[in-house]
Design a protein around this ligand. Sequence first.
Ligand code: NDP
Length: 443
Amino acid sequence: MSYTSRVLEESIEKNANEPEFQQALTEILPTLQPIIEENPQYEQAKILERLVEPERSIIFRVPWVDDKGEIQINRAYRVQFNSAIGPFKGGMRFHPSVNLSVIKFLGFEQIFKNSLSGLAIGGGKGGSDFDPKDKSEREVMVFCQSLMNELYKHLGANQDVPAGDIGVGGREIGYMFGQYKRLTDQFEGVFTGKGIPYGGSLGRTEATGYGLMYMVECMLETKGESLVGKKVAISGSGNVAIYAVEKAQQLGATVITVSDSNGYVYDPEGIDLALVKEIKEVRRGRIKEYVDVRVNAEYVENGLVWSVPCDIALPCATQNELLLDGATKLIENGCTIVAEGSNMSTSLDATHLLLENNVFYAPGKASNAGGVSVSALEMAQNASWTPWTAEEVDVKLRVIMRNIFTNSYNAAEKYGMKGNLSVGANIAGFKKVADAMMLQGAV
Ligand code: NDP
């Protein structure tokens, strides 16, 4: 049995109740076999056994009082997965589906993503099963403050620097940062995605969605094509989706769908982004409200967004949102590019189907790395107490995304898997972390 297969088997057994983490391990470990064979020192140093085990996992209770005066208890996590190349870095997710398996899959993916970015950031992730959706402003604030009362002990600008993710945007980061400052008396870059008046980076809000479109541009260039005139289907209507729509439209594409967890909107004329922003960013409403204003658009409750014919599909909501049925529909309708805005958007069997049918596919760890990359740029600005302009940030983001594409593409080609960005991203991300771990001894 190969080294990668053995470690995969052992870690699946060891993490028996963690299906999402097992899925990430199954997607990544086998693809590392060629580079492992080329570097026998990795096996001798048990690099894979070390890589699959987080350096530290923190699980804690978050008690808070709701608007009715009742005590509520949530569970929160911070998984500090790997600090070989820099401080732990990765978002906080607030969603009822959050559990240890979800946070571990996200943290594991983050190691490779952060390495691919070319910046000095390790991998981590955190979150809570708290649902901010039906809560008042006060409830969100007291929850964030209570969570920080424990989490602050484990954070620091050179130690662990969280950011946002599902359910955690500028509002939540502001409350967490404020509480950290109160508890430690330190004004430091301990979060990214902060508000602009207190150390946030211009361009961070847009970074993941914009970066995704810069990646799609690179993919199209290999075919001598551009986004002009392309029909793009996007899922989600949160941070990543909104700014993917914005950049896709700027680059000449027509975006025809957005969604939330209740259903999707199909607007053949092209999504009215100002309206989506008004519904989601200002009113915190539901996407079905879109058709109250745009009466020629269609709202499909609980529908499959991937059944809408498109040239390019961009899942931007959550993990496992593109399954076999969706992939089959996309292929039938002639879609040629799938690039993930969300993490692990596509199930393993759906990914294989896409690849077998020559759909050019970019895994989230490559195509959504723009967010964490600009987060690292925010850390650099904070460390030097110097803000950069939006243009400076955007130029750097575009360069980073192009480098990620090239490095992933070349790594795949080197190992005889030309065009397989999934394999390429895993190998390119792995090498730097493995070498850093080797150089630091058995830590
Ligand atoms: P938001 O909370 O801003 O938006 C999430 C969107 O996805 C909402 O439209 C939400 O709908 C939908 N969604 C969430 N959970 C589900 C679900 N279980 N089923 C169907 N729809 C769902 O999050 P982000 O836009 O920040 O994150 C989206 C994805 O992108 C995540 O996978 C995240 O890990 C990834 N990502 C985010 C980065 C960032 O910078 N924000 C960076 C890199 C990756 P509803 O409102 O109904 O819940």
